[in-house]
Design a protein around this ligand. Structure first.
Ligand code: 2YC
Ligand code: MG
Length: 261
């Protein structure tokens, strides 16, 4: 489980503005509009209780403050509880939270107490980054490459298969790959295929997972991955747009996802 570091969360606002411009240019929608279209809902100042959790590796110094910034940016009314853990949960509900957000080292969740909807960051992140990749206005076909079928990648591949894209996927774990072929009807991709893609959704915790043989000259790479899977020299050599940031886009997806049952 790759945990965020306080350094990952520095200058979140400028990372958001930078990615918002790219998403708007390559898909025609900014992140807010895309969430609204993806989930068919829009915020209405729902109160979001953000609870620090001390379990496992404990508090990440600027994690809950980052969530507060994101929650308020997207039109919710956020607050961080004074206490962590169970006391914080009691405090959040007592203070009228509609939605609870909290994370231990394994699951980061948003739970809408009024609607009964709950989502994990893995699923919400996979869906939105895959959706961004699939909306590339300059795509040359409906072929899309999904790199890695872990909890994030599989959720994204599932979403793309449901949207009717020709999903090709690769994963070092042949069991994960077979499961996706059997359950989602996706096609397998291996690097000695000659096939190139103009849309890539990368969901690995590794660097340099994207090679020249995979991408067309004009390509959109969408990834929540830390570190970045696209080698800088390849990004320069080809006309590649990269949508990548550590937390905001995934959290926006979580929030919109639980607005409806
Ligand atoms: O400050 C706190 O409340 C900590 N318990 C938060 C721990 C978050 C651990 N999870 C992660 O760093 C990543 C997130 C990007 C979402 C999934 N894993
Ligand atoms: Mg993100």
């Amino acid at each position: 489980m790759a945990l965020l570091t306080p350094e990952d969360l520095e200058n979140l606002s400028s990372q958001l503005e930078h990615n918002n411009e790219i998403v708007k240019r390559v898909t025609g929608l900014d992140i807010m509009d895309l969430c609204e279209e993806l989930y068919g809902a829009q915020p209405n100042s729902e109160r979001v209780g953000i609870i620090p959790i001390t379990a496992g590796n404990g508090i990440i110094s600027n994690f809950t403050a980052s969530l507060l910034f994101i929650v308020n940016y997207f039109g919710f009314e956020g607050f961080i509880t004074e206490h962590p853990d169970v006391t914080g949960y009691y405090e959040a509900v007592s203070q009228g939270a509609d939605i609870i957000m909290m994370a231990d080292d394994h699951i980061f969740t948003a739970h809408n107490l009024q609607k009964g909807a709950i989502v994990s960051n893995h699923v919400a992140t996979g869906i939105i980054y895959a959706d961004i990749a699939s909306r590339f206005l300059e795509a040359s076909s409906k072929d899309i490459l999904v790199i890695c079928l872990g909890r994030v990648g599989y959720a994204g591949a599932c979403h793309l298969a449901e949207k009717g894209f020709n999903v090709y996927a690769c994963d070092p774990n042949k069991g994960f790959l077979q499961k996706a072929v059997d359950e989602l009807g996706i096609k397998t991709y291996c690097s000695d295929d000659r096939k190139k893609f103009s849309m890539v959704f990368e969901a690995t915790p590794n660097a340099d997972t994207i090679s020249e043989g995979m991408i067309e000259e004009r390509c959109l790479v969408s990834t929540p991955g830390i570190p970045c899977g696209l080698p800088p020299e390849i990004g320069k050599k080809y006309r590649v747009d990269l949508v990548m940031e550590p937390l905001v886009i995934g959290v926006a997806s979580m929030l919109y996802s639980v607005l409806r049952k």
